[in-house]
Write a protein that binds this ligand. Structure first.
Ligand code: MF3
Ligand code: CO
Ligand code: CO
Length: 301
């Protein structure tokens, strides 16, 4: 009887406009999606979670994220020409800031929970959230992550890349290259109608095969209509755990990989700078990806 009422309600709503905001009739939009979602049995002991509707982006949302991403990519591309020996990291920050603002967008990190600069620059043993500074001058052998997030008309795109200064050690170069591969295997493991935990399981496997550790205190996240949304994207976890990934969900994959142990500290002096506790080198790459009907589409890199 209950089933019959639910079916009847669904039937009656089929000509209404879809909950996703597309303006299309429900039956031509997310009706099949809802049916498929209803059929899935979530295993609570695995922490499997149903995705809330507010995380599902429609075509217009995706276009908005892509517009923010185009500017974000431009800012990251600019960094490649500027990273060299003798440059201070505040100069890089200022160039990225000007580029983003001159394109009518906003550098999302600026004033985010009190973060004092427009982008994050994390050098050598800094894992993430490094604050650009006039006093931090790049020298040959340094490796650094530049993490930029741009928001435009309420849509956010988040990506980061590694850069090298002059000659870097083979150990450092290997860390950078393997960390990129770790991000890519994580992205390859992200599939519609599978769980977010598959990403971290794939990332951790490759990291551990290379003798590296995976930072677990921080991770990726949903992104799009806000800077940080559910789900938390762990880069070291069990497969088939966490939130179900469905078409329309946008997340980041951004593994932080250490040569030494996974433990990190936060500088007391600024409350932001995350370092490896053992002082070992750390690397990170980040992309913003969309879960599609058939796989993933990279929105920002
Ligand atoms: N862009 C970072 C991320 O990947 C977040 C930086 S927050 C800041 O999620 F406040 F440190 F800028
Ligand atoms: Co980022
Ligand atoms: Co991010």
């Amino acid at each position: 009887m209950i089933t019959w009422i639910r079916e009847m309600l669904r039937y009656m709503n089929r000509n209404d406009s879809c909950w996703c905001g597309s303006g299309k009739k429900y039956k031509k939009c997310h009706a099949d999606f809802d049916e498929r979602l209803d059929e899935i049995k979530f295993i609570s002991s695995k922490g499997q979670v149903r995705p809330p509707k507010r995380l599902i982006n429609n075509a217009a949302d995706i276009e908005g994220i892509k517009r923010a991403a185009a500017i974000n990519t431009g800012a990251l591309d600019l960094m490649a020409n500027l990273v060299k020996e003798g440059v201070d990291t505040l100069t890089l920050n200022d160039v990225a800031h000007e580029f983003i603002v001159s394109h009518g967008a906003h550098p999302s990190c600026l004033n985010f929970e009190g973060f004092p600069k427009s982008i994050c620059i994390s050098v050598n043993n800094v894992v993430c959230h490094g604050i650009p500074s006039r006093k931090e001058i790049l020298k040959s052998g340094d490796i650094l992550n530049i993490d930029i997030t741009t928001d435009l008309d309420g849509y956010f795109a988040d990506a980061s890349r590694m850069f090298t200064v002059g000659e870097v050690s083979p150990e450092a170069q290997k860390l950078i290259d393997v960390t990129h591969d770790i991000m890519e295997v994580g992205i390859a493991a992200a599939k519609p109608w599978h769980f977010v935990g598959d990403i971290g399981a794939a990332c951790a496997k490759l990291a551990h095969e290379n003798g590296y550790s995976v930072v677990t205190d921080l991770g990726g996240h949903g992104v799009g209509k806000k800077f940080h949304l559910e789900p938390f994207v762990s880069h070291d976890c069990r497969p088939e755990t966490g939130m179900l990934l469905v078409p329309g969900i946008v997340i980041t994959v951004e593994p932080m990989i250490n040569v030494g142990k996974r433990r990190v500290t936060v500088d007391e002096s600024d409350g932001w700078t995350v370092r490896t506790a053992d002082g070992s080198l750390s690397a990170q790459w980040e992309k913003t990806i969309l879960i599609t009907e058939t796989g993933v589409e990279v929105l920002a890199s």
